[in-house]
Structures are given as structure tokens and as C-alpha cells.
Write a protein that binds this ligand. Structure first.
Ligand code: SF4
Ligand code: SF4
Ligand code: SF4
Length: 520
């Protein structure tokens, strides 16, 4: 048998390590952490691991096996040791306690089985039908990721930049400002809505999000009914004093009936240390919960688990653009949105991305922005390449390295240089050279493959000419183009990514360095 105090200490230590590390991974604006560090913490996140298992065979996908084995041995410890949203809820409960006059006492709550199993079935069915985003909306890792990306990260950047400008004013250049290009209000709205629910549930009822809404919690709850080690109340030693029940944030201990609902126990071990009469055991044993629907839950387990396994004030961007006198009149006609390099095709991307927004966080150019309905309802909040905000860095492959689900697959730099995610389209009648009879060439200047070149026009001017076959769809031309309201040059997404032709003159491949930005 384990020593109760040591188990709780271990849980607190491991959970702090996971929460801090995963937070730093989302806040890492300077590529401080090596890939192995990121992967070590990401590979145990259940939903990304399950989705990655359906995409690539890699050690990251092994995470699901580790989590299942841990759960079958020790119960739902994933929820208290590894899951960042679970740990965050514990922090919220603790903070909420600070504002109470009397210490919060939890009580036994009836399981909301119909709600939680229905949600799990809906999520699994939706994932099979291609609506994986519903899983992404509720998945704890993704909820945490969006919270970090759209709520914590902007605050972090503003504080960093505030301190940085203070230091600059006294000629101290120790801290560099971090560029902040765009803020997605749609994502912020979605984050606020769901986080309000999570915070309210955590502050008022402890782990009720985990036990009623979270599909991962429901799935692991089914598994943990069969775990080797179980929390149990000793029928002789327990005197039904209720101390353990009062500290159980999962509301799964019924001291009247001396039973514990293991499907809702999150493995925090608070009860072990609360009992004064050694009545709470954590040992190998048979389930003794009072759940009368054991057989039906077993059926639910076999059905749902199998399907889940398979289915499942910063620096403003101040670019001083040349003013054009005549507004453009021809709208851009984009047939498809542009998905990130490495995402293979729109279908692949939309069916694998859970909108955790880790790629949004790591993208140094901040060109990855959450979508609204560009991918359709199926892809709400999945990231897209937003060339009005920025452009894709020719020499960068970070999003593919970071994506934990395989929605964006890793590319080598060589592959990235010819990965065609979209093709350039030029609208001559919108071009400032034609509308204002003036020089420009911004698009050509910044095209890394020279898929846009300037050719003589009306004897004294140069106008762009495009070669879509060597364009990789990086969006540098679209971003640089100064015309308004419609761009004269833009990228239309490739439904299925292609390989671009190698540029004829390789010496012209003068890639903009990551730190370079547009000079105008
Ligand atoms: S490859 Fe492009 S989209 Fe991906 S992280 Fe780098 S700059 Fe951003
Ligand atoms: S593509 Fe981005 S948002 Fe989608 S799963 Fe990968 S890292 Fe997360
Ligand atoms: S034409 Fe535009 S999108 Fe294509 S490679 Fe050049 S800059 Fe990138």
C-alpha cells in the first residue's frame, strides 16, 4: 500500500511540473525550449495523442498507451497529474477558497451519467463524421491551449513590452519587445465563454467540468472502473464522519453508503490524507461503488472506449505603406482558404486539427490566425494563414514541429521550400502601378521564389508578372501589396497541397531572414 501523504505530495509536485511546462510551451515566444522538451509533455495529452495515432506512427502517438495503462493501474490520475485544464481547475478552486469566509466543504454529488455519456457519444460520432472540431471545443488540452494563446499570452506580451520600453527609456536593452500583430476577438469570445463555464464550475463545485462535460474525463472514468488500484472506504474502519467527502472535489465519495464512484474519482488523493481513522484505502481491490448500472456502464465502456480510441501593448504592426490614391475595385476571389504548410490538404487538416492553437502560439510571423467560417462550420477556430496579418517565413517549419495531432506534419526545410499551399493570383486592374501610374514592386521584392517578377509596362514603368507554377503560396506578396480595399495580388489556397516547380534561377532564392520585415 502507498503512503497517503507521499502520494498527495507526488501528485502536487507532478501537477505543478506539468502545468508550468505546458504553460511555458504556449508562452515560448523565443523558441527557448528544444523540441524534445515540448514533445515530452505533449505526448501524454490524450486527445492529441489519439489523433496523431490515426495520422502517423510515432512515439508521440504512444502517449495513448501510456495513459491507458496508467489509468488501468491507478485510476484517473491523468486528470490530477497530467491534464493542464484539470490542474488549472484545482488552482481556481484553491483561489476561490481564499475568498470564502469558511473553508469550502464538498459533498457527494449524483453522477450525471445521461449528460456525460451522451456528450461522449456525440463527440465520438461527430469526430467520425469529420466534425472533429466538436471534440476540440471540449478537449481539455485544447481549451487550455486557447486560454493560454488568447488570454494569457497577450497579457504576457504586453507586460514584456511595457518593461522593455521602460528599460529602453533608460538606455537598457536587456529585454527585447515581442511583436504582436493581431488579436482574434472571435477566439477570445469562444475562450471567455468556455472558460467562464470552467471557472464557475471549478469555483462552485470542484471538478464538475471533468465529470459532466469533458469527453476525456468520461472516457477515462469508464476505464478507471476497472483499475487495479482503487480508492475504497473500509467498511469497518470508516465511521462515516464525512471528512473525506468534504475534501473530495470530484464529489464522488458517498460516506453514508461507504462507497466511491471510481468513474468520477480524479485521483487527487485528498481523501487519503483527510481521514483520521485510516478508513480510506488506496489498494488493489474489487469495485465496491453503489452504482447499480454496472453492467450497462460496462457496455457503454466497451462501445465508447473503442470508438474514442479510433476517432478520436505590444508593438503594433506599424508598416508605413505607400498611399495609393485610387481605391481598388475588383474583389479577390479566393476559392479556398490557405491551410498551414505541412497540412497536406484542407480535408486532412480539418479532420485532424483540434484547435489547440499551439501552432498559433509558436508561429514567429503570427500568420496563423483562428478561422471563423473560412473552412466552414466544421473548422470553426481552426487556424488558417491570414495574409492580411502577416506572411509565412520561407525558412521556418515550426508549426509542423509543434502540432501535437499531426494536423500539420513536420517538413524539412528542403520540403518546405517547394511545398505549395496556394497559388498567386494577380489582378492587374487593382495594381497601384496601373491605378496610380506609379512605381511599386513590393510583391516582387518580397517573393522568396521570384514567382513575381517586374516586367516593362508603358515604356517607363514596371508591372508584376506572376509564375504560379513556382509560387509556394507564402503570402509575402499579398501581405506586401499596399492596395486597398482589395489586394492586387493574393494567394488562393490549394485544396490539396502540391509541389511547386523549382525556380529557374536558384541564385534568386534570397529568402528574407526571420528578423527582416518589410521596409515600407
Ligand atoms: S512555417 Fe509559416 S505558418 Fe508555420 S510557423 Fe513558420 S512562419 Fe508560421
Ligand atoms: S494545427 Fe495547430 S491548432 Fe490544430 S491541432 Fe495542430 S497545433 Fe493544434
Ligand atoms: S508569388 Fe507570393 S505567395 Fe507565391 S511564393 Fe512569391 S511571395 Fe509567396
Amino acid at each position: 500500500m502507498f503512503k497517503p501523504h507521499n502520494l498527495k505530495k507526488l501528485r502536487v509536485f507532478v501537477s505543478i511540473v506539468f502545468l508550468l511546462s505546458l504553460s511555458f510551451i504556449f508562452l515560448d515566444t523565443k523558441e527557448t525550449f528544444p523540441v524534445w522538451f515540448r514533445e515530452s509533455f505533449l505526448f501524454l495529452q490524450l486527445v492529441p495523442s489519439v489523433i496523431q495515432a490515426t495520422t502517423v506512427i510515432g512515439w508521440m502517438a504512444l502517449g495513448i498507451l501510456v495513459v491507458i495503462i496508467l489509468t488501468l493501474l491507478f485510476g484517473r490520475i491523468y486528470c490530477s497529474f497530467i491534464c493542464p485544464l484539470g490542474i488549472l481547475q484545482d488552482v481556481i478552486t484553491r483561489i476561490a477558497n481564499l475568498f470564502r469566509k469558511k473553508k469550502r466543504r464538498f459533498r457527494f454529488l449524483k453522477a450525471r451519467n445521461i449528460l456525460r455519456y451522451s456528450l461522449l457519444i456525440v463527440v465520438v460520432a461527430a469526430s467520425f463524421s469529420g466534425f472533429i472540431i466538436i471534440l476540440g471545443w471540449l478537449d481539455p488540452f485544447s481549451v487550455f491551449g486557447r486560454f493560454m494563446t488568447h488570454a494569457v499570452r497577450p497579457v504576457y506580451i504586453y507586460i514584456n513590452n511595457g518593461i522593455s520600453s521602460l528599460l529602453f527609456s533608460i538606455n537598457n536593452y536587456w529585454l527585447n519587445p515581442i511583436e504582436f500583430r493581431a488579436y482574434s476577438w472571435a477566439s477570445a469570445g469562444a475562450v471567455v465563454a468556455l472558460m467562464t463555464l470552467v471557472v464557475w464550475m471549478a469555483a462552485a463545485y470542484g471538478r464538475q467540468y471533468c465529470n459532466t462535460v469533458c469527453p476525456v474525463g468520461t472516457f477515462l472514468g469508464l476505464l478507471s472502473k476497472f483499475s487495479l488500484y482503487k480508492i475504497r472506504l473500509d467498511q469497518q474502519l470508516c465511521n462515516s464522519c464525512g471528512l473525506c467527502q468534504q475534501v473530495c472535489k470530484a464529489g464522488c465519495i458517498n460516506t453514508k453508503e461507504k462507497s466511491v464512484d471510481m468513474s468520477r474519482c480524479v485521483g487527487c488523493y485528498n481523501c487519503l490524507t483527510a481521514c483520521k481513522s485510516n478508513g480510506v484505502l488506496y489498494s488493489i481491490g474489487l469495485p465496491i461503488t453503489s452504482d447499480a448500472s454496472h453492467n450497462s456502464s460496462r457496455r457503454q465502456f466497451l462501445g465508447s472506449s473503442a470508438s474514442l480510441v479510433i476517432a478520436t501593448a505590444g508593438l503594433a504592426n506599424t508598416i508605413d505603406q505607400p498611399q495609393h490614391e485610387n481605391p481598388t475595385t475588383i474583389p479577390e476571389e479566393k476559392n479556398f482558404p490557405v491551410s498551414p504548410p505541412g497540412s497536406k490538404s484542407l480535408d486532412h487538416f480539418v479532420s485532424k486539427c483540434i484547435a489547440c492553437h499551439l501552432c498559433v502560439s509558436v508561429c514567429p510571423k503570427q500568420v496563423l490566425q483562428p478561422s471563423l467560417f473560412e473552412y466552414g462550420l466544421k473548422g470553426f477556430l481552426q487556424p488558417r494563414m491570414d495574409y492580411h496579418t502577416s506572411f509565412c517565413n520561407f525558412d521556418c517549419t515550426l508549426c509542423g514541429e509543434a502540432c501535437p495531432t499531426g494536423a500539420i506534419l513536420p517538413l524539412t526545410l528542403e520540403q518546405k521550400h517547394v511545398e505549395q499551399i496556394g497559388k498567386v493570383v494577380f489582378i492587374r486592374r487593382n495594381c497601384i502601378v496601373r491605378t496610380d501610374l506609379t512605381d511599386c514592386g513590393a510583391c516582387s521584392e518580397h517573393c522568396p521564389t521570384k514567382a513575381v517578377i517586374m516586367v516593362p509596362w508603358r515604356k517607363v514603368l514596371l508591372i508584376p508578372e506572376v509564375k504560379p507554377e513556382i509560387c509556394i503560396g507564402c503570402g509575402a506578396c499579398e501581405y506586401a501589396c499596399p492596395t486597398k480595399p482589395f489586394k492586387a495580388i493574393y494567394v488562393d489556397g490549394n485544396k490539396v497541397h502540391q509541389i511547386a516547380d523549382k525556380p529557374e534561377v536558384l541564385e534568386q532564392l534570397a529568402a528574407p531572414k526571420p528578423e527582416d520585415d518589410f521596409p515600407f
